[in-house]
Ligand binder design. Structure first.
Ligand SMILES: [Zn+2]
Length: 326
């Protein structure tokens, strides 16, 4: 019986089935390698953007409280961001400046955080930027009792920083050909907004001072991210960027379209005076990626629960494609 059964199953068949099992395993392995290779090559060999890790940076910044110049929360956050960027930057500098604030009724020290990340070739230098301060007063809050309080700034402030901290990690892991400067500006959000004429501070104090104090800093182009964390994010083409940096707007939106992004809208939005303007005035094309359609803007409700990790990733993946692209 045993020998007959053996005869029924030719010896080579057993070997063959073993061999085909091996081939299947090898095939699966090769397929996996191919998928991984395609996965990484489609990203220029860089690791993917970790949206959860990025979102953590929003939570961490907000845990300090509103990052208002002259407060402990501001100092603690400065230390945190500097430490995080320091992991990946080849050089990190604090650009300090003093401002007499009408809103705070005192002289305060502002700090722009400037990180340089070396490129693999000396191709060109580019700028990525956001603001890291939070507005000292929630002057658009529906409740008058909240209007004197600082804005938590989860979306307005922390989201741009959170996105760029995770981008810095990727750039550190796999340097692009370009040199990247990441600058996080202070005192963007202290300005006066009509009709609530409360004081006489301008907006974008940190970026204005940075451009004044660093006349030789001339990156080829740049991207500003501000309020990019909102759930259901939709970024229209900001009107000042469209007028002053049309080619870069076109480049960003072409990539977004190619990637099938649902976040980037073809519509042209309102002009927004933001940290890109001092650079544009110097002739450096910087595009502002911003979604102003945010009901919690400048209110006490600008908290992390209004933000989404997915929004950060969708914007960042387009920015990374621009940086690593030709
Ligand atoms: Zn703001």
């Amino acid at each position: 019986m045993v020998s007959r059964r053996k005869r029924k199953v030719p010896a080579h068949k057993g070997k063959c089935s073993l061999r085909s099992g091996g081939w299947i395993l090898l095939g699966v392995f090769c397929g996996l390698v191919l998928v991984l290779a395609l996965f990484f090559s489609s990203r220029g060999g860089r690791p993917p953007f970790d949206e959860a890790r990025s979102f953590e940076h929003i939570l961490h910044q907000c845990s300090f409280g509103p990052r208002i110049p002259g407060t402990k929360a501001h100092r603690d956050c400065l230390e945190y961001i500097t430490k995080e960027l320091g992991r990946y930057a080849t050089q990190i500098t604090h650009h300090n400046f003093i401002h007499m604030s009408y809103a705070l009724n005192k002289e305060v020290t502002g700090t722009n955080i400037w990180a340089r990340l070396k490129g693999s070739q000396a191709k060109e230098s580019i700028l990525l930027c956001a603001h890291w301060d939070s507005r000292p007063f929630a002057d658009r809050d529906p409740s008058p009792a909240n209007r004197g309080k600082g804005v938590p700034g989860a979306n307005d402030g922390a989201s741009g920083v959170a996105l760029l901290l995770e981008v810095a990690r990727i750039l550190g892991c796999k340097p692009p050909t370009r040199e990247v400067h990441i600058i996080l500006f202070d005192m963007e959000d202290m300005g006066d907004l009509p009709p609530n004429a409360l004081h006489k501070d301008p907006f974008c104090i940190g970026s204005t001072r940075f451009v004044q104090d660093n006349p030789d800093f001339r990156p080829s182009w740049g991207i500003l991210v501000d309020m990019v964390g909102k759930r259901g994010l939709r970024i229209k083409k900001e009107a000042i960027s469209v007028s002053w940096a049309p080619h870069l707007v076109h480049r960003i939106w072409t990539i977004a379209l190619k990637k099938g992004s649902t976040v980037f809208s073809e519509e042209v939005g309102q002009p927004i005076f933001d940290d890109h303007v001092p650079f544009l005035q110097r002739g450096i094309p910087v595009v502002n990626l911003i979604d102003m359609d945010y009901p919690y803007w400048h209110t006490a409700e600008d908290t992390p629960d209004k933000c989404s990790p997915k929004s950060l990733r969708e914007v960042a993946e387009v920015i990374l494609e621009v940086i690593y692209g030709p």
